[in-house]
Design a binder for this molecule. Structure first.
Ligand SMILES: *Cc1c(COP(=O)(O)O)cnc(C)c1O
Length: 365
């Protein structure tokens, strides 16, 4: 056994592959391709390779640095940049990304020049984003979007106007609905009318759009989705997914203390380790276990979920997680390793730190 083995994030690559294939097959039936969004797991190449094996047309991240590391790790799949690029990173974007999401004419002009500088024979694909009310990125003014599409098509020879796209359910919590998709298709049709040809992509959003594919309400014509969370966890709010594994990721942590303690702090109360005042419920003396991992590892303690029934996460500091184990008091001992499911929000933390070891399971299933 190597030293400092826990916490461990275990990833079952076989189950992940199953989930990817099942979801991609359902999308394919509806004429939809899937860009595999890898930012949730910090683009670890071992996991990204599963997406490549499943035939994702693109691997996508909001960060160009992650795409660069995928290229360096030997990934051949075309790479998609999700975040509208900074002017200061356009040379890197031109060199590494094959396709990007865009919303600023000035960025497009400078990207065109950057692509020309890197390789004049190459064309970088762009998807122009329409803001449909979620109010993060995208053109708000329809005429500006159409005018920019025309400019890309006619005046920016190193860019290829690949399509238009949308992003919903991020800042504004706006639902992805068939109406929003039809509105997007209408914008695409307007762009197609002025440039005089079909667009390759109408990109209907992220995991929050998947429910329409699964329940058959996705309007025909939307042909690309960018899927992160739903494919990784095999689950997403509003989706019926009885064909996926929900336990691709397992967080394992070691118990370092087990004692009976009061549930209400003893003494004059001020603030916790983070300067916050909080409420404590007095439930009397209870069995408590301390696990050797904390907020630094996973972000927020409400985003980790003990697999053993009866174990409850009641709080955490940077390096400690406090568990109420009264209901299973005879089954928890110092040195035990407890397993947790994770929410998507904690995945970025768990995959971004040196202090969490990674282990891969690869079984055919
Ligand atoms: C992160 C991101 C996605 C993926 O979102 P999920 O909800 O994880 O599917 C898609 N598109 C953009 C622009 C993103 O930033």
């Amino acid at each position: 056994m190597t030293e400092n083995r826990y916490p461990v994030l275990e990833i079952d690559l076989g189950k992940l592959e199953h989930n990817l294939r099942e979801i991609m097959t359902r999308c394919e039936v509806s004429g939809i391709q899937v860009a595999g969004v890898v930012k949730g797991f910090t683009a670890w190449p071992e996991i990204a390779r599963i997406y490549e094996r499943c035939g994702c047309p693109y691997l996508a991240s909001s960060r160009i640095g992650q795409l660069k590391r995928l290229r360096e790790a030997g990934i051949q799949t075309p790479l998609m940049l999700l975040r509208v690029p900074m002017l200061s990173e356009l040379d890197e974007v031109a060199e590494i990304a094959d396709i990007s999401l865009q919303s600023e004419p000035e960025v497009l002009r400078r990207l065109d020049a950057a692509v020309a500088g890197v390789c004049a024979a190459r064309r970088h694909k762009v998807i122009l984003m329409a803001d449909q009310g979620d109010l993060r990125e995208g053109f708000w003014n329809r005429q500006e979007l159409i005018g920019t599409a025309v400019e890309v098509e006619r005046n920016l020879p190193h860019l290829e106007l690949a399509g238009i796209g949308t992003n919903l359910t991020c800042f504004g919590s706006v639902k992805a609905t068939p109406e929003k998709m039809r509105e997007l298709l209408e914008i695409a049709a307007q762009v197609e009318a002025v440039v005089g040809r079909k667009l390759q992509y109408v990109c209907g959003g992220a995991s929050s759009s998947l429910h329409m594919v699964l329940d058959g309400t996705m309007p025909a014509g939307v042909n690309l989705l960018r899927l992160g969370e739903s494919m990784l966890l095999g689950d997403f709010l509003g989706c019926e997914m009885d064909f996926t594994y929900k336990d691709v990721f397992t967080l394992k942590a070691e118990v370092i203390e087990v004692k009976d303690k009061p549930s209400y702090p003893v003494g004059e109360l001020a603030a916790d380790a983070f300067g916050r005042t909080r409420q404590y419920e007095d439930r009397g003396i209870r069995r408590r276990a301390l696990a050797a991992m904390g907020l630094v590892d996973y972000g927020n303690y409400t985003d980790i979920h003990p697999r053993m029934e009866g174990v409850e996460v009641i709080g955490a500091s940077s390096d400690h997680t406090i568990l109420d184990v009264e209901a299973v008091k005879d089954r928890i001992h110092v040195g035990d390793v407890l397993e947790f499911d994770i929410s998507y929000a904690s995945m970025v933390y768990l995959t971004n730190t040196e202090s969490v070891q990674r282990e891969y399971l690869q079984e055919d299933c």
